[in-house]
Write a protein that binds this ligand. Structure first.
Ligand code: HMG
Length: 445
């Protein structure tokens, strides 16, 4: 069977930073602990005025190609996943390829380019497309470049404003990859939902609290579907569990439900029975409300056991370290969580080859997908090349007034002309509009 997965990975963090508990919360008259303890967010990343989904995607891809000595000749396919696209016809991947062709001698004339849409899950769907393309043997020995890029902005004053972010993840998918291989097995949970959508509008219409319930429901369905193919999963066989992370507090809610699900019938359930009791099962109750109340109580007890807290600290918390500093990157978010896990393993010098991650993706509208990834022998050398800490630290810190200007600057309905707050260097930058309304870009040395 073909072994397909991620051979190289990189990211680009928007050049600006908004301190959420320190700068945003006081202006909103909110307690900073809503961010630090409730949402689990410390900062959002924002794009400067010369940045957008194309520059961020091109910058992540350029870094990936340079650090891994790739040229356009190595890439037979470019897929961009985004929910911030500005054109209904011409895909963002053509713009990104155009940027990259400014710095490479070769071109992408024979690369198949496209764009994927299904809210935040489309990044993972693009990985699946790459997997299928390679596994079918249509790739002629080449790899696929998958880019997840978004400016995840909400309307000013919307509750979602607290969870904004901007950035891009680039991934190079090949046969016999260095970092992780994808499982053939996957689970899907999918339903027609209207909790978060952008009907021909830039900023989402969102029913925030309901969207969280929809996330949890689809994740449960995807997990059940996944287990129907693989059989039971043991919680200790999951080295890391990267989830789609709109904000870390969401993952905290999802992780305990996943844990509750996978310990059912295992020795873990027996070992903690004295502490938490037996997990309520629906068939033991005539009254559904009573069952749900007992289940809530069981879950609350479970989430405070040492056994669970230790599992969460080792396997889930490490996936949230970048996210809490950048906010939601929509399509890139679960891939940021994967990078965070890999960096954790690298920093702690862990031996993880042949161990597994369970990757839990989600997109509003709504669909969840679960698959496994197995760490490959070259992961350490590849992760050593990343400079995530440096990128996070070198962002410009916004005042609240600057934040308002930046938000307006990226609002397509408002005409503004603001000076950039940072100076681009060794990166792609927006360079104005062309005669047909197209965006133009340049590489700044
Ligand atoms: P909100 O009403 O501003 O916040 O909305 P809240 O009052 O619910 O507070 C948030 C948490 O902080 C709560 O924790 C509070 O208790 C806690 P919880 O009770 O839920 O566990 N809190 C505090 N904790 C300690 N000390 C304090 C304090 N104050 C409050 N002083 C909401 C929050 C997430 C709903 C909002 O920001 C929103 O609408 N966000 C956008 C939607 C979203 O992110 N949904 C997530 C699931 S859907 C998804 O992931 C898909 C998505 O990525 C899009 C796509 O797929 O394309 C969004």
């Amino acid at each position: 069977m073909t072994n397909v997965g991620i051979d190289a990975i990189d990211l680009w963090v928007g050049n600006l930073r908004l301190d959420l508990p320190g700068t945003f919360a006081p202006e909103k008259g909110e307690d900073p602990n809503k961010y630090k303890k409730g949402l689990g967010l410390y900062a959002s990343s924002f794009p400067d005025s010369y940045e957008d989904i194309v520059t961020m995607g091109a910058n992540a891809s350029y870094r990936l190609m340079e650090r891994n000595e790739l040229t356009p000749e190595d890439i037979g396919r470019i897929d961009v996943a985004t929910e911030s696209a500005f054109d209904k016809s011409k895909p963002v991947s053509t713009y990104i390829a155009g940027c990259l062709e400014k710095v490479y001698e070769e071109d992408f004339r024979h690369a198949n380019k496209g764009e994927r849409k299904f809210a935040c899950i489309s990044g993972t769907q693009s990985l699946n497309d790459a997997y299928n393309w390679i596994a079918s043997g249509r790739n002629r020995g080449k790899g696929a470049l998958v880019i997840a890029t978004d400016t995840a902005l909400y309307e000013r004053g919307d509750a979602g404003e607290a969870t904004q972010g901007a950035g891009a993840v680039a991934m190079y998918i090949t046969e016999d990859p260095s970092i992780v291989s994808f499982s053939k097995e996957q689970g899907i949970g999918s339903a027609d939902e209207t909790d978060f959508l952008k009907p021909n509008q830039q900023f989402p219409s969102v029913d925030g609290h309901r969207s969280m319930q929809v996330y949890l429901a689809r994740m449960r369905e995807a997990l059940e579907d996944y287990k129907s193919v693989t059989g039971d999963i043991h919680p200790d066989d999951i080295t890391y569990g990267p989830f789609h992370t709109p904000f870390p507090g969401m993952v905290k809610k999802a992780a305990v439900l996943a844990y509750r699900n996978v310990i059912r019938g295992t020795e873990v359930a027996d070992e903690i029975e004295d502490e938490v009791g037996r997990q309520p099962e629906p068939e033991d109750y005539d009254d559904e409300e009573e069952y749900l109340e007992e289940l809530r109580e069981f879950t609350d007890t479970l989430r405070n056991t040492d056994r669970y807290l230790d599992w969460y600290a080792k396997r889930i918390e490490p996936t949230l370290q970048i996210s809490e500093q950048v906010g939601n990157w929509y399509t890139g978010s679960v891939h940021v969580a994967r990078i965070s896990a890999l960096l954790h393993a690298f920093e702690h010098d862990r031996s993880i080859v042949d161990e597994q991650m369970i990757v839990a993706s989600y997109g509003s509208g709504a669909q969840a997908e679960i698959h496994a990834e197995t760490f490959q022998s070259g992961w350490k050398q590849k992760i050593a090349k990343l400079d995530v800490e440096e990128q996070l630290a070198s962002r410009y810190d916004l005042t609240f007034a600057e934040y308002e200007q930046v938000h307006d600057n990226h609002n397509l309905d408002i005409e503004t002309d603001v000076e950039p707050l940072t100076t681009p260097e060794d990166q792609f930058a927006f360079d104005g509009w062309g005669a047909m309304g197209e965006r133009k870009y340049r590489f700044v040395d």
